[in-house]
Design a protein around this ligand. Structure first.
Ligand SMILES: Cc1cc2nc3c(=O)[nH]c(=O)nc-3n(C[C@H](O)[C@H](O)[C@H](O)COP(=O)(O)OP(=O)(O)OC[C@H]3O[C@@H](n4cnc5c(N)ncnc54)[C@H](O)[C@@H]3O)c2cc1C
Length: 384
């Protein structure tokens, strides 16, 4: 996707990170306010991310920012539901089609992220890829504008936004520069590999159009069909356990896969397209989630264990709420910002309770460290 032509230095809003949260915030600003927006991402292509299942609840959010067709008309595969071999080895299906909101989607994440950023650009946001924040200083006009030095493919330049939205994912680099702290709730990582199947193997899949979740002694696995007959298979485990078992190496990862027989059967006929890739997947909260002239959105504000089913939907909703709160704060109304911070905190508290209950549902590996750590004690501290 081409970068937009030159944003002026006095842009109203600088959004750092063009993932789902940043793009949704940009779309909300451009659709509902007259504020000028600069959306930057350090990568050349927003979206080389893992995480593909979106539940039906995402559609109304996309509709709200005027991009509902980003799901329905863009080559993503309908997702029928989730099957989970969790408390027992027998998979329990949960079918979206029996819910009120219709089906979910297995996304081509790269295409989805690119589409949202492109739509934001079409609606008037300036988009600059391969661009990162090199320095941030409070401006010298009584604090009404920041002075932000950006560095990127086109060299360095200065912008002076009135509001900064950190939508840079778990790293929350901008918020941390502004004094916020990240608090990790555990040491979860995802080790994912993508393979391609033949038409015959895809047709023989016992879980068509379904995300399969399967607990194993090492942690738990999810596998999901992706557009183009691809299958993503991910082991979720703790970073220290992965290190000790060398689970990021392809041979150890494949050996571990054998202890999740349903996933192994599904992945068996795949030709590998990637080696196992490592991603942070821990629960995380940020404190504070905002301050004068800035706020964090999406994973930067609060990041969740993928078992929660939050993630992309939360990131989009959070981008919308952040835009609403940020716009109000620029008009001198601080109350939506306080509500935003309270909403993030309440959500995180609810999440912690339900996550502990979810993990307590697995008692069949009493000697496995991953499960012992989670047995009835809520979430452990981050592994060193
Ligand atoms: C293994 C795994 C599986 C998952 N599965 C699912 C799933 O099936 N369904 C689901 O809904 N969610 C899933 N998730 C979660 C989901 O991927 C995230 O919640 C979602 O991507 C968060 O969106 P975001 O926009 O907040 O951040 P991100 O998607 O992380 O985007 C952040 C963007 O900011 C850019 N950036 C970062 N720092 C800077 C900087 N300093 N300057 C400029 N740019 C920067 C990055 O390049 C990136 O494009 C999964 C996560 C993991 C780890």
């Amino acid at each position: 996707m081409p970068d937009s032509e030159g944003a002026g230095p006095d842009v109203d809003v600088l959004i750092v990170g063009a993932g789902p949260a940043g793009a949704a915030a940009a779309l909300a600003f451009t659709r509902y306010t007259g504020l000028s927006v600069l959306l930057v991402d350090r990568s050349g292509e927003p979206g080389l991310a893992l995480g593909e299942l979106v539940t039906p609840g995402v559609l109304p959010l996309l509709d709200f920012i005027g991009v509902a067709e980003a799901l329905t008309g863009d080559g993503h595969d309908p997702a029928q539901g989730v099957a989970a071999a969790w408390g027992t080895a027998d998979p329990m299906p949960r079918d979206f089609l029996f819910g009120a909101r219709g089906m979910g989607w297995h996304l081509d994440r790269t295409r989805f992220n690119r589409r949202l950023a492109l739509d934001a650009q079409r609606r008037g946001a300036t988009v600059a890829l391969r661009t990162r924040v090199a320095a941030i200083d409070p401006g010298d006009d009584g604090g009404r504008r920041w002075r932000v030095r950006l560095s990127g493919a086109g060299g360095a330049r200065m912008v002076c936004p009135r509001l900064i939205v950190d939508a840079g994912g778990r790293a929350a680099t901008v918020a941390r520069r502004l004094g916020a702290r990240r608090m990790a709730g555990d040491g979860l990582i995802g080790i994912a590999a993508i393979g391609r199947r033949t038409d015959a193997a895809a047709a023989a899949d016992g879980f068509p159009a379904t995300t399969l979740i399967e607990a194993s002694p090492e942690g738990w696995w999810y596998s999901a069909p992706l557009p183009g007959r691809r299958l993503v298979v991910t082991l979720l485990t703790d970073a220290d356990l992965a290190r000790a078992g060398g689970l990021h190496h392809a041979d150890a990862w494949h050996r571990a896969l054998l202890s999740a027989p349903l996933t192994a059967a599904r992945a068996g006929p795949c030709d590998p397209l990637t080696r196992p890739m490592l991603r942070a997947a821990h629960s995380q909260e940020l404190a504070p989630v905002g301050g004068p002239g800035w706020l964090a959105a999406g994973d930067a504000a609060a990041a969740f264990d993928p078992i929660s089913g939050l993630g992309i939907g939360h990131a989009i909703a959070s981008g919308l709420h952040a835009a609403r709160a940020g716009e109000a704060s620029l008009r001198g109304d601080g109350s939506p910002m306080r509500q935003y911070a309270r909403g993030v905190a309440d959500n995180a508290a609810q999440y912690r309770t339900s996550l502990a209950a979810t993990y307590a549902g697995v008692t069949r590996f009493p000697d496995a460290p991953f499960w012992r750590r989670r047995a009835g004690h809520g979430i452990p501290d981050a592994a060193a």
